[in-house]
Structures are given as structure tokens and as C-alpha cells.
Design a protein around this ligand. Structure first.
Ligand SMILES: Cc1ncc(COP(=O)(O)O)c(C=O)c1O
Length: 379
């Protein structure tokens, strides 16, 4: 690309102090879960107003453990959005339960709570919504509905670490909450995730679920009563995660400034559908900037658009495919047309570069490329 750097659509910022800190952990001889996991968990717990938090190897592991903690299994139904990453339905099916999909909002992409209520049956055990960057699920309505109908809530907060609801961090209240520290999230531990639970009893019950089902006995031997997972986070990852968490406000401010720039500069003809507009100090975090292409007014496909971005040195993603139309989703009887909004998003969405290492000039470059590609493909 003639010296112009390729813009990844995601990417972590790792400082030299963190690199040195990892070297210290490697030299310490403490390679798997140890003191840094406890430090990271304590920092996450402080972030969640003192609620207990347990670190795991991914948010996917955290969702699986959360479902198990709720005792969800065969015969149970779990309601979730047809627009999200594959994690939630995968884990619902993995524990033996049935995923019940509902549609979402076109702009916020959050789950439709009226559709959730309509989908509740006597077998429903939990609601697992994904919060979207730029706009949280209405937490008052979500938790009131769950209380009224006697359901558990597992918030998939993978994309919204640092978002606030009525001044409180996501994770500081509610029921069970899961976070991801994958490199494309607001902070990273390379791979990693966390589960926020309600009390010490639940935190104790996470231990065997994340480590082989092992229960230590007073005579220093061990018992296993069920086949637990192997989801303990290594100290190297926890060291990185702890350093990253300390920089979260800075990362979020950078992402927000870049989103403000996108809002100011993103003008295409024909017009794309844009994410919700950020408003002042609205408490929202911005993990991604995804637009909907006006495909019915273009002579090009989404793939051709993404290929054209690629040719200009700009990466992009699809967030996300419609979950009910995957081979797995169809196995539960779902078909095209079941959730029109989720399906439209799945067809038209493109995630553009957004991460804390980007500059305003990078955003301008993306905006100019999108405008140019779309103008040339106008019907
Ligand atoms: C919305 C959402 N939930 C859950 C996950 C799973 O995160 P992890 O990779 O830590 O398992 C992701 C990952 O991209 C995600 O985007």
C-alpha cells in the first residue's frame, strides 16, 4: 500500500511496562493461576462495586459457567437475541438447553424486551441479552421483567466493559454478568473473561465449575462430584488484564473521541444506517463502530464493499451473522423471515476500524474510503 499502514478494524494497546510485567511473571515460576489472578479479580470486583468476580479463560467459558451456576440444562429454555456473537447460543446448546431467539432493535441492536416477554414459557429459565456498544439494554425494564417472571439474567457484557447505567458500571448490579478480554475488546488479557456473581456462595460454586469439578477435602485430598470445566486464567494473562484495566478510562476516552469523529465525518451517498448518536457524558462505551450498508441502492455486494476497503488497506468485520440462521440455529426450527431486523443487520452490517491505537486521521481515511466506494456503486 505504498507505505500507508493497513488499518486493522480492532487491536489492543500494550505498553512496555506490561511487557516487562509479563517477563517478571515468566521469571517468577508462577505460570498458571496464582497471585496475579487474585489481584485482577480484586480489581475487577472493585470496578463492580465490590461484587465477587471470577476470572476465566474467556467470556465463552464465563457464559457456560453462568448457565451451569443457574442449574440450566436439558428441558430448559433460555431466551437470547438473534443478533450477537455465537457464544450465547453455543453455550446454551452445550449445557443441553434450548436457545429461544427473539428480534432486536435496528439502531441500538439490543434485544427487544417486549419480544422477550412474549417468548416466555413454563420452561424458560433465563434471559441472556448482549449489550451493544453505544446503548445498553434497558436495565430497569430487563431486571424488573426477570424478577416479575422469576427468571435469571446473564448479561453478555463482552462489548461494554466501562459502560454505565444510571451512573453505575455494568457489572456493579443485576444478576450474573460476563465480560470478555479478547484482544478486540475494551481491554485485553489476550484471551480471558470474567464472571460477576451475586455473593460469596455463588463465587465458591464457580471454583469447581472452572477447575475440573475439584472440591478440596480437609485431609488434603480431593473429590469430584461432577465433570467441571478447565477454565482457570493463567497469571501471565491476569498480569496483562490488571495493567489494561488500570488504563480503561483512557482507552474509553480515546474510543469515544474516535466515534465523535466518525459521527462528524461519516457521510455517504446513499446513506448508511449509523449507530446511536453519542450524547455528552452518556456513560456509553464504544467497542465497535458498525454501520448498515444501503445495499438496495447499491450495485455492489457487502463482500465487494469489504474487498474494496481491503484494497485501500482498511480492515472490516461482520458483527454479526443472524444466530437463528446458522446450521445450529436452524436445528431448532428457525427459518428466514423469523426475525427481520436481526436478518437485515446480518445482511448489511460492516464493522469499521475502531480501537485505542487509531488516530483521527485514520478515521478520516476510513470515512473518505467508504464515501468513495459507495458513491461509485450508487444505483
Ligand atoms: C458479544 C460477544 N459475546 C461474547 C463473546 C465471547 O468472548 P470470548 O472470545 O472472550 O469468549 C464475544 C467475542 O467476540 C462477543 O463479541
Amino acid at each position: 500500500m505504498g507505505g500507508v499502514p493497513y488499518l486493522q478494524y480492532d487491536g489492543p494497546v500494550l505498553d512496555e511496562a506490561t511487557v516487562a510485567g509479563v517477563a517478571d511473571v515468566l521469571r517468577s515460576g508462577q505460570l498458571t493461576s496464582g497471585p496475579w489472578v487474585r489481584t485482577f479479580e480484586a480489581a475487577l470486583s472493585a470496578f463492580c462495586d465490590g461484587r465477587p468476580v471470577r476470572a476465566l479463560t474467556s467470556a465463552t467459558a464465563a457464559v457456560e459457567v453462568a448457565l451451569q451456576l443457574c442449574g440450566i440444562g436439558p428441558g430448559d429454555e433460555v431466551i437470547t437475541s438473534a443478533q450477537s456473537f455465537f457464544t450465547v447460543p453455543n453455550m446454551i446448546v452445550k449445557v443441553g438447553a434450548k436457545p429461544v431467539f427473539v428480534d432486536c432493535d435496528l439502531i441500538t441492536r439490543n434485544i427487544d424486551l417486549a419480544a422477550v416477554e412474549a417468548a416466555i414459557t413454563p420452561r424458560t429459565r433465563a434471559i441472556v441479552p448482549t449489550h451493544w456498544p453505544g446503548s445498553l439494554v434497558d436495565m430497569d425494564a430487563l431486571h424488573a421483567l426477570a424478577r416479575r417472571r422469576g427468571l435469571r439474567v446473564i448479561e453478555d457484557a463482552a462489548l461494554v466493559l466501562g459502560s454505565r447505567w444510571r451512573g453505575r458500571n455494568v457489572g456493579a448490579f443485576g444478576d450474573l454478568v460476563t465480560f470478555s478480554f479478547h484482544p478486540n475488546k475494551n481491554i485485553t488479557s489476550i484471551e480471558g473473561g470474567a464472571l460477576v456473581v451475586n455473593d460469596d456462595d455463588e463465587a465458591r460454586r464457580v471454583e469447581p465449575l472452572r477447575f475440573h469439578g475439584i472440591i478440596p477435602l480437609p485431609d488434603r485430598t480431593r473429590d469430584v462430584a461432577f465433570p467441571g470445566g478447565k477454565f482457570n486464567l493463567p497469571d501471565v494473562n491476569a498480569r496483562i488484564g490488571a495493567a489494561q484495566l488500570a488504563r480503561l478510562p483512557e482507552f474509553l476516552a480515546r474510543r469515544r473521541a474516535l466515534v465523535d469523529r466518525y459521527v462528524e465525518r461519516f457521510a455517504t451517498d446513499p446513506a448508511c444506517v449509523l449507530p446511536p448518536r453519542p450524547e455528552g457524558d452518556d456513560g456509553q462505551s464504544w467497542n465497535m463502530w458498525s454501520v448498515l450498508l444501503p445495499l438496495d441502492r447499491l450495485t455492489m455486494t457487502r463482500k465487494a464493499f469489504r474487498d474494496a476497503l481491503d484494497a485501500r488497506g482498511i480492515g472490516s468485520g461482520v458483527s454479526y451473522e443472524a444466530l437463528h440462521l446458522t446450521t445450529l440455529g436452524r436445528r431448532f426450527g428457525y427459518r428466514e423471515g423469523d426475525f427481520p431486523v436481526a436478518e437485515r443487520i446480518a445482511r448489511e452490517t460492516v464493522t469499521l476500524p475502531l480501537h485505542a491505537a487509531l488516530t483521527a486521521a485514520d478515521v478520516d481515511r476510513v470515512c473518505a474510503a467508504c464515501a468513495g466506494i459507495l458513491a461509485a456503486a450508487r444505483r
